[in-house]
Write a protein that binds this ligand. Structure first.
Ligand code: 8QM
Length: 403
């Protein structure tokens, strides 16, 4: 037992971080969360929240105390039945987590990806050609940020054509389910069975092309690195984690450049900045805003005793704008070193697909930098509300092509 005498009572917030108002613009809530203290009790959900970089980073690193195996959503897997078979990676900890993790680390590693670079560049060029020949105005979300990952990622995994239209709706629902059972979750419920069946049907060996990430996962099962019953669930992880995230990551960097034209000029003069640009946008926008952890023991943080078995909301988006960690945190600045951001998480669960995400974004930005002199937002930008994702519905832009 830990005995704690708190000098200050734990700050309490009555706010709902999953309300439409805060999902529309989470920044004022994040400022209040960081100002209130290192740990805040969210009365409405009977959970704790962390919004400062230092504590979020430390908790993500300490998986022994802040486990994932009880679920990384609000609902506790040890008390409530999950809506789908839990992920073997996201919703697991060592030792179970490690074999699936090692397989994906290799399949999605920089070495393996190198072979895809040329084909992806050609795909990005043809997509940008199509957009520019159709006129200089388009929607940067649907026509580019969603179109590009959907052009390259399902092929890279090796799933069939049929059912690809279900990837985004399935992902949107999956990311909603990490939050409370609010109207965003209710909206997805009528289609769960159909979407789940469609996605699960893509994960079997027979559904997959012989050379993609999916087939490589099955080959790892043949080698005995994982079991054959684990293979389809690991393929499913790619389909859950790999689509909505990259779509909104690419949307984030396009939005950042559209609203910071001087940074676009800088990128065009030094295209090697594409990777910094993407990570800086992931820091600023944090497409994955939040995840929960569950305490495995009583733990004291900043004078607050969090009992064993409590859920803690890790506010990645807030940590990534913490002024105690970042100078001018709200600026999109290509001269900054964004490394250390927690937009891909941190520690043993840090995004295993981050090289894929970076390569997708770098490919799109590289082609745009050659073909587009400037671009600007025209008309109304619209957010898409999701319990976990900071997402976009629409970003209408006008581009000035390089003549
Ligand atoms: C989030 O199903 C999964 O394995 C999975 C789902 C969602 C994520 C990660 C893994 C972080 C992007």
């Amino acid at each position: 037992m830990t005995t704690v005498t708190s000098a200050e009572p734990t700050p309490v917030s009555g706010a709902d971080p999953f309300s439409a108002e805060i999902l529309e613009d989470p920044l004022p809530f994040q400022i209040a969360l960081r100002a209130a203290g290192p740990v805040v009790y969210l009365e409405r959900y009977d959970v704790y929240a962390m919004g400062r970089y230092q504590e979020v980073h430390a908790a993500l690193t300490d998986w022994q105390t802040f486990q994932s195996a009880a679920g990384v959503g609000l609902s506790n897997f040890r008390k409530e039945k999950p809506w789908r078979t839990p992920s073997l990676l996201l919703e697991a900890d060592p030792p179970h987590h490690d074999a699936p993790r090692a397989v994906l680390t290799k399949v999605l590693g920089p070495r393996e990806l190198r072979g895809l670079a040329a084909a992806w560049a050609a795909d990005a060029e043809s997509l940008v050609n199509e957009l520019l020949s159709a006129g200089n105005e388009f929607d940067a979300v649907t026509d580019l940020a969603a179109a590009f990952p959907l052009r390259v990622f399902p092929d890279a995994v090796g799933i069939p054509q049929e059912g690809r239209e279900n990837l985004l709706p399935y992902g949107d629902h999956a990311f909603n389910t990490f939050g409370p059972p609010n109207e965003l979750v209710a909206k997805g419920e009528p289609r769960i069975a159909e979407l789940m069946a469609s996605i699960s049907g893509m994960c079997g060996r027979d559904a997959l092309t012989p050379d993609g990430f999916g087939a490589q996962i099955w080959a790892a099962a043949d080698r005995g690195d994982i079991t054959h019953s684990q293979a389809p669930l690991i393929v499913r992880s790619l389909l859950t984690a790999g689509v909505d995230t990259t779509v909104n990551g690419i949307a984030a960097v396009l939005f950042a450049f559209a609203s910071h034209p001087e940074q676009w000029t800088r990128l065009r003069s030094d295209p090697s900045l594409v990777r910094i640009a993407f990570d800086e946008a992931v820091r600023l926008e944090s497409p994955v805003q939040t995840f929960f952890r569950t305490t495995t023991r009583d733990i004291e943080i900043g004078g607050t005793l969090i009992p064993e078995g409590k859920k803690i909301l890790m506010f990645l988006g807030s940590a990534n704008r913490d002024p105690l960690r970042w100078e001018n945190p709200n600026d999109f600045d290509l001269t900054r070193d964004p490394s250390g951001h927690v937009g891909f998480g941190f520690g043993i669960h840090q995004c295993v697909g981050q090289h894929v995400a970076r390569m997708e974004a770098a490919t799109v930005l590289g082609v745009l930098a050659k073909r587009v002199e400037s671009f600007e937002l025209i008309g109304k930008t619209r957010r898409h509300h999701n319990n976990t994702l900071r997402a976009w519905e629409s970003l209408p832009v006008r581009v000035k092509p390089v003549s």
